[in-house]
Design a protein around this ligand. Sequence first.
Ligand code: C5P
Length: 428
Amino acid sequence: MRGIMEQAKQKRIVLGITGGIAAYKAAELARLLIKQGVEVQVMMTEAASHFITTATMQALSGNPVLIDQWQDDKGMTHIQSSRVADAIIIAPATADFIAKLANGLADDLLSTLCLARNCPLIVAPAMNKQMWSNAATQRNVAQLATDGVKMLGPVSGVQACGEEGMGRMLEAEALVRDILELLGKLPLSNVGRDSSRQSVAGVGMNPDLQKTQELCGINVLITAGPTYEAIDAVRGITNRSSGKMGYAITQAALDMGANVTLVSGPTALVPPQVAQTIQVSSAAEMFEAVQKNVMNADIFISVAAVADYRVAQPNEQKLKKNGGNITLELVPNPDILVHVAALPNAPFCVGFAAESENLREYAKQKRQAKKIPLLAANLAQQAIGADDNEIILFDDEGEHPLPRADKLTLARALLSHAAALYQKGKLK
Ligand code: C5P
């Protein structure tokens, strides 16, 4: 990770700002990136200049801000700027600009640059929740993901219009962290470097950038992975689960400032270092670990694929084949999530549903049956073992789709939504 961050510091980006109120956050984003040694060329849409001035962005970036596609007499700014950039970051990206990107429109300098690019494009959406959940925006976002565009956010929270919901741009600190990580993975480019910037590159990663504060000081208990129910000394029953989503949620919660306890079934993953991790095998062990730790939890996120049944009498020794049929008696395991949600001082509970069909219908039923405020539903055949996923969140207000993204991005969006609901619940 450290190596990646060091490499990121030698990169040059175009920061594209489009016309939304979150444009003011682009100033902080530029400042933090430059502080980390990244060279920033700002390009704005005309609409963005109504929200933040070119003078501000020029002073922060130390480079003239580009807006007008006709200002350079050769008219080649869009090609030159993309050829010397290691990546283009659009922050904030409005619904309108996302629609343009998804459809390959190029009617101003920034959209023309994006169409002419030969470098990665990273987009941080920011808009009102209705605009975000509008079917057209969701189609466009899905198209961008298919086109290989990297989406960072949005997250849930209070919006400029006073409404609350999904659509807030990630805070500058969180964006910088993700951008540095992405830039660090790119090969070093050969473009000329401004040596005055290289001196800044020696500064270590600012620890303030490691965390956003949405879950600061909040105790989060997470279950992850499968459980393993022994049949005999060597055989068992389990669920297909890689643990990737639960571990991504653990990492995201840590990044957001939470104190995390992870109760993990058997997985091949290395748990994030700062989490207190309790390794378990069976559902009974997981239940016991959760019961021991739930008293301190503010939020409980039940990601584990807990086996619904265990063998009534597992054999201590390996069962020998005798050629005939054998019958296993299975007894139901306790539902850990239902138990926690029914506690007198229950933490804010988040459940997961992996379904192979009728996703929406089963997810809604499950949320009601388990009496939990928030449930994240995904299609089992898409989710298991994959690095990317697509999730729909269900809460009292309805459903909130999180478009296809890597599991850490989804984890962040889910936690941000959960944090907002949790804080709202505390105010009641
Ligand atoms: O009922 P189903 O197993 O589909 O519910 C899934 C949700 O319930 C997940 O959040 C899972 O972690 C949780 N669960 C549990 N204990 C069980 C079964 C499921 O906590 N025995």
